[in-house]
Design a protein around this ligand. Structure first.
Ligand code: GUN
Ligand code: ZN
Length: 440
């Protein structure tokens, strides 16, 4: 590393730069990405990318250069579905979703009425994301506004672009976790006013799922969506068979589970729908027509035993797909681990998930699914400098395996199959190194 006087505060990261340009059509779609073997990401003092290109040795004469060779520099990883109050729920033993929710999750989330607890966990949450190379997440907070304040305050202190919102839930949950239609509306509206658009914070209208929201509450969510049409909406759908049956019993006059959200005009291009495992043909069509996003959560679906996501069926319908951890139903904060499990799920379905597509999904694909691709998800001039640096030799066995790796796609596949937080050398948020700062 060299350091020279540079009033503009420009930093140059040197390494093997990889960024996607578009969705890869297969393992050999070399036009879908840009790879620069000895590359540079030039970051301005404002934390935005000025340019990327081949590294020029003369850069060192003018700017601070951080040499990450031989590691890969990619856009920061994006997790579009995660529950921050569930950090201490991971690894809870249950037979199915509703048992898991009632026995552990709805008990744990009650602790987030305590602002000090919410702040402690939110701080640990963002540290964990950074440790795993995740720079943006769409998160569910608890029902308590205190949890929303803790979430956005801790994100802001790290400069992170995050999406989040208080879960609206007014039935089929312990009293301490229930709001009312009016309170859910008022607290959501107050949260939007307090946080949305402040720095990099984005508020998401968050009716937890149809089972925990009454008709009146979904009407309130609809009113909020009408008042704030630019906001994300996040919820769950078609995760588990007993859950689907319960939701349909609660709304017997509607055609299916997704039809509930359709009825309240909650579907659209900024709607993130967790799981989408047990969809009917009509639901697939509605997903595609409304441009809503199916958020696949492989580690969670395996751990809770919910089912195997049908990736190709949704693609054939033209639906938009994202991929996420769903911690604490999900078992890892790592998007590498998540895509590894996703690969195995699709193996069981005789569907292919090539490594280019996996890495596209973790970065530009998820950015597009969240309608954030003009800010994050790729390395190009004008984008926020949220980056991750990955080491394909992170463990002795990976290093040994790398001796026999010839192609970039095979290196990516190794990172996905064997990598985790140990493979994350550094995480940059708006050009600032964050992971190394945690460890010192
Ligand atoms: N459905 C409603 N709430 C939840 C949750 O917290 N986790 C999962 N996996 N599914 C849900
Ligand atoms: Zn979830």
């Amino acid at each position: 590393m060299s350091r020279t006087h540079d009033p503009a505060g420009v930093t140059v990261l040197r390494g093997r730069v990889l960024t996607f340009l578009d969705e890869p059509r297969g393992r050999d779609d070399h036009g879908s990405y840009r790879y620069i073997e000895d590359g540079a990401v030039v970051i301005g003092g404002d934390g935005r990318i000025l340019m990327i290109g081949p590294f020029k040795p003369e850069a060192a004469a003018h700017h601070k250069v951080i040499d990450h060779r031989p590691h890969l520099i990619l856009p920061g990883l994006i997790d579009p579905h995660i529950h921050f109050p569930q950090m201490q729920v991971i690894a809870s033993y249950a037979a199915n979703l509703l048992e898991w929710l009632n026995t552990y999750t709805f008990v744990e989330e009650q602790r987030f009425s305590d602002e000090a607890h919410a702040t402690r966990i939110a701080s640990r949450f963002f540290d964990e994301l950074i440790r795993h190379g995740t720079t943006t997440a769409a998160a569910y907070c608890s029902v308590h506004p205190q949890s929303v304040d803790a979430f956005f305050s801790e994100a802001a202190s790290r400069g992170m672009l995050v999406v989040g919102g208080k879960v609206m839930m007014d039935r089929n949950a312990p009293e301490a976790l229930r709001d009312t239609p009016q309170r859910g509306y008022d607290e959501t509206k107050a949260g939007i006013g307090k946080w949305h658009g402040k720095g990099r914070a984005l508020y998401a209208i968050t009716p937890r799922f149809a089972i925990t929201s009454s008709h009146e509450q979904l009407e309130m969510a609809e009113a909020l969506a009408r008042e704030f049409p630019d906001l994300h909406i996040q919820t769950h759908v078609d995760e588990n068979l007993a859950e689907v049956q319960f939701a349909r019993e609660l709304y017997p006059n509607l055609p299916d589970y997704l039809g509930i959200y359709e009825r309240y005009h909650l579907l659209g291009p900024k709607t993130l729908l967790g799981h989408c495992i047990h969809l009917t043909h009509r639901e697939c069509e509605v997903l595609a027509e409304t441009r809503s996003v199916a958020v696949w959560c492989p580690t969670s679906n395996l751990f809770i035993g919910s089912g195997l996501f049908d990736h190709d069926r949704l693609r054939e319908h033209g639906a938009r797909i994202a991929v996420a951890t769903d911690v604490g139903g999900g078992t890892s904060y790592s998007m590498l681990r998540t895509l590894d499990e996703g690969y195995k799920v699709l193996q069981l379905r005789a569907q292919r998930l090539d490594p280019l597509r996996s890495f596209y999904m973790m970065t530009l694909g998820n950015a597009r699914a969240m309608s954030l691709e003009d800010r994050i998800g790729s390395l190009q001039a004008g984008r926020d400098a949220d980056l991750v640096v990955l080491d394909s030799h992170a463990t002795p066995q990976m290093s040994l395996r790398m001796e026999a790796v010839d192609l970039l796609v095979n290196e990516l596949f190794l990172l996905q199959t064997c990598g985790d937080d140990r493979a994350v050398v550094e995480t940059y948020v708006m050009g600032k190194p964050m992971k190394s700062a945690l460890e010192t």
